[in-house]
Design a protein around this ligand. Structure first.
Ligand code: 5GP
Length: 190
């Protein structure tokens, strides 16, 4: 997606060899006009798929999914990272290893909001080693729903997540695929 690549080149900041910071439009401040284009692009790329709900993970996935949902005309469900008294007792739960925080945490979705009639499109901001996406897919499987695919804004092609998902036969669409950062330079996979 050309507009996204231009934005990454203009505003993305490389941290070390593996982390890309895009706080100015995706992870802290949100560029809503860009998110609308991202939402339309996901809708077009998954146009052949039945989708009844979008599933993402808090916090950064919520803005992306909520705006994309306007083009899919379906609800958004986001997995919660913190157990609280507000959350229903009946939940699907899975453990995810956080790439950025380097620790395991549980994520949960109330059983009310995923069920076997659903066709779920999983959306997230980044794909690195695939732990977040695989955790969300595990929640879909626990619920008996059908996985329609996985949509990612930025895939880091040098980490294993993309390969893992494609090897499982999952329909994966990444709007920008970045290569390993050398000398803090950002390049894209064709
Ligand atoms: P994974 O679970 O695929 O290893 O990592 C994906 C998750 O970690 C995403 O939900 C995202 O929040 C975070 N993440 C992984 N790599 C990066 C990165 O380079 N930059 C940012 N901002 N977040 C990342």
């Amino acid at each position: 997606m050309q507009l996204l690549k231009e934005k990454i080149l203009k505003e993305g900041r490389v941290v070390g060899e593996e982390i890309l910071k895009v706080d100015s439009f995706l992870n802290h401040q949100l560029d809503v006009a860009l998110l609308q284009e991202i939402g339309k692009e996901f809708k077009q790329r998954f146009s052949s798929k039945k989708v009844t709900k979008l599933l993402t993970i808090e916090a950064s996935g919520i803005g992306i999914a909520a705006i994309a949902a306007q083009y899919f005309n379906v609800p958004v469900v986001f997995a919660k990272k913190v157990a609280s008294r507000n959350l229903d007792n009946e939940t699907y739960k899975t453990e995810v290893y956080s790439f950025t925080k380097q620790k395991n945490y549980d994520v949960r979705v109330s059983k009310r909001y995923l069920n076997e009639d659903d066709h779920i499109l999983v959306l997230d901001d980044f794909l690195a080693n695939g732990r977040a996406a695989l955790g969300l897919i595990d929640l879909v499987e626990q619920s008996g729903a059908t996985l329609s695919g996985v949509g990612i804004v930025i895939e880091k092609s040098f980490q294993e997540g993309g390969q893992l998902l494609r090897d499982k036969g999952i329909h994966l669409e990444s709007l920008a695929k970045v290569n390993r950062f050398i000398d803090e330079q950002i390049t894209f996979e064709a």
